[in-house]
Design a protein around this ligand. Structure first.
Ligand SMILES: Cc1cc2nc3c(=O)[nH]c(=O)nc-3n(C[C@H](O)[C@H](O)[C@H](O)COP(=O)(O)O)c2cc1C
Length: 157
């Protein structure tokens, strides 16, 4: 089972979350393709069981680079309905656009017909850090990894 993590990060905060999620997924026995958005290709999408997108919050939304990746994914529109999805972000503050950013990412996944699970125990839509992720944010990253792995297992193993 394989998970693709695509993230953008200018100053390293979102990248730390991506690395944590990647490590936690590997700890759960899955393969991971971890790609900064500049190096990512939508052509990897058909070959994975799950996609996790991460972005810094830019004006309450994902970065332009992540949006470009999403727009390029139209190449596989209608062919990704088997993918499990997840999303995370780093913002500059609290209540300053994290939820709108994560929901924008999840929105694109729903339009692809992907399968998404929320978290009833906080950070409901996905992990959101303020600047560099603290221990709590990293814990939410681990929880996202576990949710994605468990859902893929339930669906495909
Ligand atoms: C162009 C730009 C727009 C930003 N807009 C927001 C914003 O709307 N809300 C917010 O909380 N932080 C905003 N920030 C701050 C970043 O989200 C924050 O510094 C984040 O931790 C950067 O993540 P990175 O280190 O992965 O690049 C903005 C930063 C930039 C460069």
């Amino acid at each position: 089972m394989k998970v693709l993590i695509v993230y953008d990060s200018r100053t390293g905060n979102t990248e730390k979350m991506a690395v944590k999620i990647s490590e936690a997924i590997k700890d759960n026995g899955f393969e991971v393709i971890l790609k900064k958005v500049d190096d990512a290709s939508v052509d990897e999408l058909p070959n994975v069981n799950a996609l996790i997108l991460g972005s810094p919050v830019y004006y309450g939304l994902p970065s332009g680079k992540i949006k470009q990746f999403i727009d390029e994914s139209v190449k596989y529109h209608g062919k990704l309905t088997h993918l499990v999805g997840g999303a995370f972000c780093s913002a500059g503050g609290t209540h300053t656009g994290s939820e709108s950013t994560i929901l924008a990412l999840l929105d694109s996944m729903l339009i692809h017909g992907m399968i998404i699970q929320g978290n009833p125990h906080g950070n409901h839509y996905g992990p959101a850090a303020i600047g560099s992720p603290d221990d709590k944010a990293l814990e939410h990253c681990e929880k996202l990894a576990e949710r994605v792995v468990n859902l893929v297992k339930k669906l495909y193993q």
